[in-house]
Each structure stands twice: as C-alpha cells, then as structure tokens.
Write a protein that binds this ligand. Structure first.
Ligand SMILES: [Zn+2]
Length: 474
C-alpha cells in the first residue's frame, strides 16, 4: 500500500476513533465527582506504570526513589517536570528509543505539510512564550485522544456532523508542525469542509479567502478575531458564522462584546495546550471547564503547594493521561488561573477555570509605593481593549518604563496625540490603583505588531532583568 493511501486511511481511522471517544466522554460529564476521581486514578495507574516500564528516565527515577510500590500511585509523590527538564532529558524520557530530540527538531523545521514521523508519530514544537521551546510527540492513540477533545469542545459549541457539511475555517499557527494545523489536517477527511489559514497571511488575503469560503464554524486567536471584527464592521468581510471559537490567547470581556456585536453570535472560549490539557466554555459561558477526565490538573503556588479553588495559582501541573510515548507527568504549564469552587448550572462536574490571568512569564514586576514590588498581570491591561479606537496592543517593559504599542483602528486619525494621551493616562491610573510607584508609561502607534512563530500575539513582554527570582522546583 502506498504511503498516501495509508496516510488517508489513518486520518479516517483517527476521526472515527475521536468521535467514539468523545461520545463516551460526553456521556459521563455529569457523573458524580467520586466517579470521576475513580476514573482518573485508574488512568493514572496505567500511565505511571507504563512510564516506569518503558521510559528510561522514569524507570531510573522509580528505581532510585522507590516511589512506586504496589500501593496506589500518589500524584503528589511524583516528581515535577518543567520544560527545561523535558527538553534536556527528552531522549531518555520517551518510550521509543528511535525518537531523538535533535532529529525531531530537524524534522519539524523541515516540515512543509502534514506528515507523520516513522509513519506513526505526530511531532509538535511549541514556541514557548518564555523562549523555552517544547517538543511534543503523540502516537496514534494519543493523537486520537486529542481529536476527541476537539470533537468534544466543538460539540459543546453546537457543532454536529451534518448535511450539508459544516464549513470550518481555522486560523492558526503558520508552521505545519503547529497543533492547529495538524488538527485541521486530521479533520479534513470529508466529515466537514476545512479551510486552514496561517494567521500570518496579509489581512486582505485572509478576508478574501474567508469571504469565498463562508465558514459556518470559525476557530481563531482572539487577536485575529479582533481584526476580523473590524473588517466585518467595515463591510469588507461578510461572514455569518454559526459558531465562533477563540483559543490560546487572553480574551477580555470587552473583546467578547466586540465579537458578539460584529458577528451576532456569542463566541466560545476554548483552552488547549500541546502539553495535553484542553477545556471549553459550556453554553453558560461562565468559565472554561477543564477536561480533567483525560488530563489531571493541579493549580499550585510558586512553591508548588496546592492552591484552593477561588484563589489564583502561580502555575499548573498537568498530567497527561493519554500520551503513552512521551509520559508527561506533573508538567509545569505557566498559566496563571483561578479555579471556580461553585458547580456550573450546566450540570457538568468538570472543574471550571473562572479566570485566566495570563502566563507567569508575562507578569510584570514593578516598584511599589510601599517599597515592595507589585505584580501586574496581563489582564490588568484589558482596559486597553475597551477603548473603541484600539485594534490591538502590546505592552513592552523596559526597566521601570512601560511602552504601550498600539495599532489604532482606522477611525483613529493621527491628527493629534489625543489617543496617546488618553491611553497613557488610563494605564497610569490603573497602575496607580494597583499600588505602583510613579508609573512611567509611553504610548506609541504601530501599523502592526510582531507575532510569535505560532502566530500568537503576546500582550505583554516582560523585561527579564526586572523580574524577581522565581523559586523553581528544578
Ligand atoms: Zn457548564
């Protein structure tokens, strides 16, 4: 059988399996927490014992520490894994000795289309907002689980395989190795019509391609959604999506409102990371339910201690229950979130994230009036998205000075500095309110803002020399 036929058959099998898995997962979403805990423990036992047998890294760890006896596996006794450890020990951490970090990195950089490695593996590279890249590998079973999470979140948003077929447009990472691109390629098997566009295309081209395709389902980053909202309101873009899904970047309430005004539908916020944690808003739009039946989540403080629901954590520890080729146990993800202690009116018992405050690498540390330091989270700059003349912005820290780079909407004439003055005052006021001493803010106009290799917009770029030293487990 030639490889093209095999590739196509693999995709068909992947989607069929993902649909089945998603149905099973959805059927138990409203079950009691005790049932969920039992399911999680069973899966944890399986992945940890698998790692202890097949991963040289974990085999050595368990042999040295004796942490894995006959007793039930205790998550809290497993070591914490961070990105640098993951990359440093990549070759001995994976369960297939043919997988070598340097070969995979070479391969990823040369990928021009959706390709499997060794006819089997999906390889993904994350740019890492902290500048530390992450290399992730999924085998066919793991990849189908990712597919199931996609099917699940889109079914929450109302997407059903239907006739006529849905027309799905994905605006995602520019690189073929990006999760969104590989996900779109997997789904493009006839169930739905799929258009995957790199977010780095010039805006007029995006507009033209979307006008022609007329998606019923649109999945994109919030910052890209904001450009499209402007284009839609200006009449150049003419879309009538039934489902709008935003992923991967912060979306402020003002942005949600603007999207709803432009497209006439309430956007769903979906969380997903290549590490394996996924989640989605339900129909109540009151926070993101995490799919903790497939990935365990611990919300911890800067010392790695558990944070109670209702309080913000310093990072997440993510334990992927379905990646059997690259065990990801208690892997640090630098998202700052607050979990919601209350049950959701939808009846699902999966925990909800009430607020995503940004990534810990994007938190600014500024001198406080009282002599200490103030942590300023990316969400604190959300006020900029409330200004009707701001299309997008980025805050760049240079020591004590914050440079606010702003792409104005076309309506904002550059005739005077009214916009700069207004925004500068608003940000300074916000910082004063947070206790910052003598905020120094400059506002500069830009035609466009630089994006990461994955096409994402970083709202805040912290000055590493102004960052306090973090206590880190590694
Ligand atoms: Zn809900």
């Amino acid at each position: 059988m030639n490889s093209k036929v095999r590739y196509h058959q693999r995709r068909l099998a992947d989607v069929a399996a993902a649909l089945r898995q998603a149905r099973t997962q959805i059927s138990r979403e409203q079950g009691p927490r005790a049932q969920l805990a039992q399911h999680q423990q069973q899966r944890l036992e399986t992945v940890v014992r698998h790692a202890a047998t097949h991963s040289p890294f974990y085999r050595r760890y368990f042999a040295q520490t004796g942490a894995l006896g006959a007793a039930p596996v205790e998550l809290a006794r497993l070591p914490v894994l961070d990105k640098s450890l993951l990359m440093e020990h990549f070759d001995e951490l994976v369960c297939d000795p043919r997988l070598r970090r340097h070969q995979l990195l070479d391969r990823v950089s040369q990928m021009t289309r959706d390709q499997l490695y060794l006819d089997r593996y999906r390889v993904m590279l994350t740019s890492g907002s902290s500048g530390r890249p992450g290399l992730f590998v999924y085998d066919p079973v793991g990849w189908r689980s990712i597919g199931a999470q996609f099917v699940r979140s889109s079914s929450w948003a109302g997407l059903r395989p239907s006739l006529p077929r849905q027309r799905m447009a994905w605006l995602g990472g520019a690189a073929p190795s990006h999760l969104t691109r590989q996900g779109a390629a997997t789904m493009a098997i006839g169930l739905h019509r799929v258009l995957a566009l790199p977010v780095t295309l010039p805006l007029p081209q995006l507009v033209e391609a979307l006008n022609q395709f007329q998606p019923t389902y649109l999945n994109l980053y919030p910052s890209a959604a904001m450009w499209l909202a402007d284009e839609q309101q200006a009449g150049r873009l003419r879309l009538a999506p039934q489902i709008l899904v935003t992923v991967a970047e912060l979306r402020t309430p003002a942005m949600t409102q603007r999207l709803q005004d432009a497209f006439g539908v309430r956007p769903f916020d979906v969380y997903g990371c290549t590490e394996g944690l996924f989640g989605s808003e339900c129909q109540h739009h009151q926070g993101i339910h995490l799919f903790e039946d497939t990935t365990l989540v611990e919300n911890v403080d800067s010392d790695g201690q558990p944070v109670p629901a209702g309080q913000p954590g310093a990072r997440l520890l993510v334990t992927n229950l379905y990646n059997r080729v690259q065990p990801l146990l208690r892997l640090e993800v630098t998202d700052l979130v607050t979990l919601d202690p209350d049950p959701c009116p939808c009846g699902r018992t999966l925990v909800r994230v009430s607020t995503i405050h940004g990534r810990s690498d994007d938190v600014l540390s500024l001198a406080a009036r009282d002599g200490g330091r103030v942590a300023v989270h990316p969400l604190h700059f959300g006020l900029l998205t409330r200004d009707p003349q701001v299309r997008e912005f980025q805050v760049v820290q240079n020591g004590p000075v914050l440079r606010v780079l702003v792409v104005p909407r076309q309506a904002a004439a550059a005739a005077n500095n009214e916009l700069e003055t207004r925004l500068g005052q608003a940000v300074a006021q916000q910082l004063l309110g947070l206790g910052v001493q003598d905020p120094q803010v400059t506002v500069e106009r830009r035609e466009q803002l630089p994006r990461s290799a994955g096409g994402k917009l970083k709202l805040v770029i912290a000055d590493p020399t102004s960052r306090p030293v973090h206590t880190n487990a590694s």
